[in-house]
Design a protein around this ligand. Structure first.
Ligand code: NCD
Length: 308
């Protein structure tokens, strides 16, 4: 794998580095079946900086660090940090390099983690930058698809249903999937289609993709990747109200889909995936969240250049 100094975008990964990260995360998953903690990062500190709501990303990064034997310091919410006193993001970030060895940042502005990486000397992980990217979620999504359906060996149809415009996890995952034999299908209200720059990446990489507003077109998919309509990104409230309940799936719908289909969701879910699906074999969203720990352990080891 190329030397990773920070993880800011899914564009930093190619097929080989993805498969290498998969192997490492998979070995860590295996090891954690018999051990609760590895002592690989004893003495290392992760700064966990979440200036926007988060549950899984923050907790799984912190869990990953603890399981590797490292420590965590946290700043959560603008209102509880000195940003609320008017301190610039730059100043807040600048002292992180003297406190921590690696940091993960979630921020509402696109490009925030890139700005951080340019200005501080420790590795920076983009934990979600506005409606931009969320590369580590995409890495755990990739891990889940590879584990469940052997993406690297099979041609898969993967349907993205929901908010393809603002959904940053989709943006990053689409970028990763360009390295595999896939047909990507996007189902969304016309106002929420995948931004042009991602379509351009797919076209350049010769990836087959299609779009529709009809949910019935996903029935032959191998993966249904559901997303929440990202309410917090809408400037036009009336548009949100019009599209918020656009696409919902339930058990009956999934039973009529291709045999073996898996239902993914980065979570949090609202009404787009009915809870009656939760105990079905098809639903893998809780497993995705669990995989986040192994993948983030692998990421931390790579960034800190510690071998396992
Ligand atoms: C996603 C996010 O924050 O982009 N959640 C996550 O990290 N698992 C998806 C979302 O908020 O809808």
């Amino acid at each position: 794998m190329k030397l990773l100094t920070s993880i800011l975008s899914a564009k930093q990964f190619d097929r080989d580095s993805l498969l290498e990260l998969y192997q490492l995360a998979s070995s860590l998953e295996e090891t954690l079946k018999t051990k609760r903690k590895l002592k690989l990062l004893d003495g290392y500190i992760l700064a966990s900086l979440f200036f926007e709501a988060s549950t899984r990303t923050r907790l799984s990064f912190e869990t990953a660090m603890h399981r590797l034997g490292g420590q965590v310091i946290t700043a959560v919410g603008v209102q509880f940090s000195s940003l609320s006193k008017g301190e610039s993001l730059f100043d807040t970030l600048k002292m992180i390099e003297s406190y921590a060895d690696v940091c993960v940042i979630r921020h509402p502005s696109q490009g925030a983690s890139e700005l951080a990486a340019k200005n501080i000397s420790v590795p920076v992980i983009n934990g979600g930058d506005g409606a931009g990217e969320h590369p580590t979620q995409a890495l755990l999504d990739f891990y889940t698809i590879e584990k469940k359906l052997q993406l690297s060996k099979n041609k898969l149809k993967i349907s993205f249903i929901g908010d393809n415009k603002f959904g940053r996890t989709i943006h990053s995952l689409v970028v990763l999937l360009q390295h595999f034999d896939v047909h990507l299908h996007f189902v969304n209200p016309s106002e929420l289609s995948l931004p042009k720059k991602y379509k351009k990446i797919l076209t350049t990489a010769n990836v087959q993709f299609s779009e529709s507003e009809n949910l019935q077109t996903v029935k032959d998919s191998d993966v249904l990747y559901m997303t929440r309509i990202q309410e917090e990104r809408f400037i036009d409230r009336s548009l949100f109200d019009r599209v918020k309940d656009s696409f919902k799936i339930n058990l009956d719908f999934v039973e009529k889909c291709k045999k073996g289909v898996i239902v993914m969701h980065p979570l949090p879910r609202l009404s787009e995936v009915h809870s009656e699906l939760d105990n079905s074999k098809q639903a893998v969203y809780f497993e995705q969240a669990k995989n986040g720990v192994y993948v983030r352990m692998a990421i931390l080891l790579k960034l800190l250049k510690i071998t396992f």
